[in-house]
Design a protein around this ligand. Structure first.
Ligand code: CDP
Length: 202
């Protein structure tokens, strides 16, 4: 049986952490859909044409380690405005969502476009300042030199592009539950999400 959890929200709101912990808790498969757009962005930085790169994308291209740079994030949000890029990635995401045993997908348009019939929809957000702080801490912990002010600018620019694009803009689905993690720990956000999912599964 399939059971789909859709998690959307802006950059660095804690979607990935929450999605991974939820998938581990319920034994569901997890897809970080941002990696699809990051892989296309990386292909374009390497000289590819966005739509051709998206159409030729293979799951083996989704290497999180090489795709988690600011430059790739920026390139991802630029290719993500192109309707034919988004269209090329839909079938893979939908079939992942419907797999037996349950699936958690996180992104920007999962509850609105990819899985409008998801069993649970969460919209995870936090203030831009807190999100920039978290991204800064994440990069610093990895030994990457980072500039907090530049990260905040980048987060705001990406929010703006993601929210204002014509195709599949970042917006909470009408039936999504909002989780504002501004003053929440990851454990608190997870506890709240587990309560919501458990109630839907009952
Ligand atoms: O991890 P972070 O939230 O910073 O970014 P991400 O989820 O890896 O997504 C990178 C970029 O891909 C976003 O800024 C969006 O422009 C785009 N994206 C999208 O348009 N739709 C999705 N379902 C996922 C990501």
């Amino acid at each position: 049986m399939s059971f789909t959890i859709a998690i959307d929200g802006p950059a660095a709101a804690g979607k990935g952490t929450l999605a991974q912990a939820l998938s581990a808790h319920f034994g569901f498969a997890y897809l970080d859909t941002g990696l699809l757009y990051r892989a296309v962005g990386a292909g374009v930085l390497a000289g590819g044409e966005p739509v051709a790169v998206a159409q030729a994308l293979d799951p083996s291209d989704l290497n999180a380690d090489t795709l988690r740079t600011q430059a790739v994030a920026e390139a991802a949000s630029r290719v993500a405005v192109i309707p034919d890029v988004r269209a090329a990635l839909i079938a893979f995401q939908r079939s992942f969502a419907r797999r037996d045993g349950g699936a958690v997908l996180d992104g920007r348009d999962i509850g609105t476009v990819i899985c409008p019939d998801a069993n649970v929809k969460l919209f995870v957000t936090a203030s831009a300042e807190i999100r920039a702080d978290r991204r800064f801490a994440e990069l610093t912990a990895k030994g990457v030199q980072a500039d907090l002010a530049a990260i905040l600018d980048e987060v705001r620019a990406r929010d703006d592009r993601d929210q204002n694009r014509a195709e599949a803009p970042l917006i909470a689905a009408a039936d999504a539950t909002l989780i504002d993690t501004t003053s929440m720990t990851a454990a608190e956000a997870l506890a709240q999400a587990i309560t919501i999912v458990t109630a839907k599964r009952a």
